[in-house]
Design a protein around this ligand. Structure first.
Ligand code: EPZ
Length: 422
């Protein structure tokens, strides 16, 4: 069982390098289903979500070789994955649907799992495939799609990140032109389009609400380095702001995180961009109002880390979660440290500035788990963070080591050798 021991931290300081973005890497790896030629992805982060997707792609008959942090993938004869258990472990597993359907004319996938932050249906993915000519058959727990894909017009009722990616991954091999309206605009979508373009796909409008794709008969291999992780960056910045630290993030794309940077600046910290990176320093003191939205709005993935920061801001901070219906699970754990948080449906009122005291808490989901690690830094004494499902390692490559580089005392321990209290 993953268990972290976090000691109170006065001030973080120093420099840290970012990893590649989990949510960019996962859809890019699924493109290994699209071609016989090798694609090589550089700087792949060491994450359990990546390991799970690699297992799923292997089940789909994708050849995968690993050389340190580089993964090379190609597939002569891909097919649907068989293990429901693997698919149920992560949401991004649904992204094999589009490329498999486009390449082979048939796909059957078990309904995906992932963090329990909401119902997370896949209706928009399926509608997208139907708009490209696929026939869908739904059974409890799985979906089967078949048909030779041709270009089509897709309108998404909501700018879903995953549905946009899945449809792009299908349309690049469909016959003719596809237009996706109300598409997601996240940087990870732009990165997927840039990567597929390197493979020979013809895509325009990535990063806008309307994406055009001219389907190709085949795609070729390429080598690609994905974008840095804006959520990892935001998490570290929140940790720095909570401790009145001075931290330099190297390799950051500040243009991908404007909403988060504006919100951090509202708390009173200073942010400076230079050729060396992005530095946060100064004192966070003002409470904030956060409304999660699709990009370029404030990212839902940053809501929990920002709430950890709000615990330190004297006064009432307000969080409105509009993307997922169950993404305040961390608030209950924060209360165990002495936080005062009131939840009303999709609104959380955080009455910050109270003294927090270390205790034993749990990681409820990926970003909630990271937020609890941050809250532990702010709490007096020692906090034990239990993460039996390994949420944090799904999406952060050794977050304790990153925080240690900045002077924090965070370790991952074996539960059996520890005295658990609280
Ligand atoms: C992606 O999930 C990310 N995951 C999530 O990151 C992120 O929170 C989310 O986008 C929003 O930014 C990956 O990229 C692997 P959505 P995704 O489809 O694609 C509803 C993290 O912590 N919806 O944009 O699943 C859905 O229920 C994770 O790294 C439908 O109704 O998100 C939700 O309310 C967690 N029908 C909203 O749309 C559909 O068919 C946004 O979901 C699809 C989605």
């Amino acid at each position: 069982m993953a268990t972290y021991r976090i000691r109170h931290c006065e001030q973080l300081g120093g420099e840290v390098n970012l990893h590649s973005a989990k949510n960019a890497v996962l859809p890019i790896l699924c493109a290994g289903l699209l071609t016989r030629e090798p694609i090589t992805i550089e700087r792949v982060p060491m994450l359990t979500d990546v390991d799970t997707l690699v297992e799923i792609l292997s089940e789909c008959n994708v050849n995968i070789s690993r050389n340190r942090d580089e993964l090379t993938l190609w597939s002569d004869d891909p097919h649907s994955p068989t293990s429901e258990n693997l698919l149920s472990r992560m949401r991004a597993s649904v992204l094999v649907m589009g490329p498999l359907l486009a390449r082979t004319g048939y796909v059957r996938v078990a309904l995906p799992g992932g963090c329990a932050i909401g119902q997370r249906p896949i209706d928009l993915h399926i509608k997208g495939m139907q708009a490209l000519g696929a026939e869908a058959q739904l059974t409890p727990g799985s979906v089967t799609l078949q048909g030779q894909l041709r270009g089509g017009n897709v309108y998404l009722d909501f700018p879903s990140v995953g549905a946009t990616e899945n449809i792009i991954l299908a349309a690049v091999l469909a016959k003719g032109a596809t237009r996706i309206e109300n598409a997601a605009k996240e940087p990870e979508i732009i990165d997927l389009c840039a990567f597929l373009t390197e493979m020979g796909a013809r895509i325009s409008g990535g990063g806008t609400g309307t994406i055009f794709i001219e389907g190709q008969d085949s795609l070729h291999g390429c080598t690609y380095k994905p974008i840095p992780d804006r959520i990892e960056a935001g998490t570290i910045l929140c940790a720095a702001a909570m401790t009145e630290g001075s931290v330099l993030l190297r390799g950051v794309r500040a243009d991908h995180m404007r909403a988060v940077l504006f919100k951090l600046a509202e708390t009173g910290v200073t942010l400076r961009e230079s050729s060396a990176g992005l530095r946060l320093s100064g004192r966070a003191s003002q409470p904030i109002q956060v409304r999660t939205l699709a990009y370029p709005g404030f990212p839902t993935d940053m809501q929990a880390p920002m709430m950890a920061l709000a615990l330190k801001l004297r006064g009432t901070s307000v969080f409105l979660e509009t993307i997922f219906e169950n993404r305040f699970m961390h608030a209950r754990e924060m209360a165990r440290l002495g936080a005062s948080i009131r939840i009303e449906d999709r609104i959380a009122l955080v009455n910050g500035g109270h003294l927090l005291a270390g205790s034993t808490v749990s990681s409820t989901d990926l970003r909630g788990g990271a937020a609890m690690m941050l809250a532990g830094l702010a709490a007096e004494g020692e906090t034990i963070l239990l993460d039996p499902q390994g949420h944090i390692a799904r999406g952060y490559e050794n977050l304790p080591a990153m925080l240690r580089e900045l002077g924090a005392d965070v370790t991952m321990d074996d539960l059996d050798s520890m005295e658990v209290h609280g």
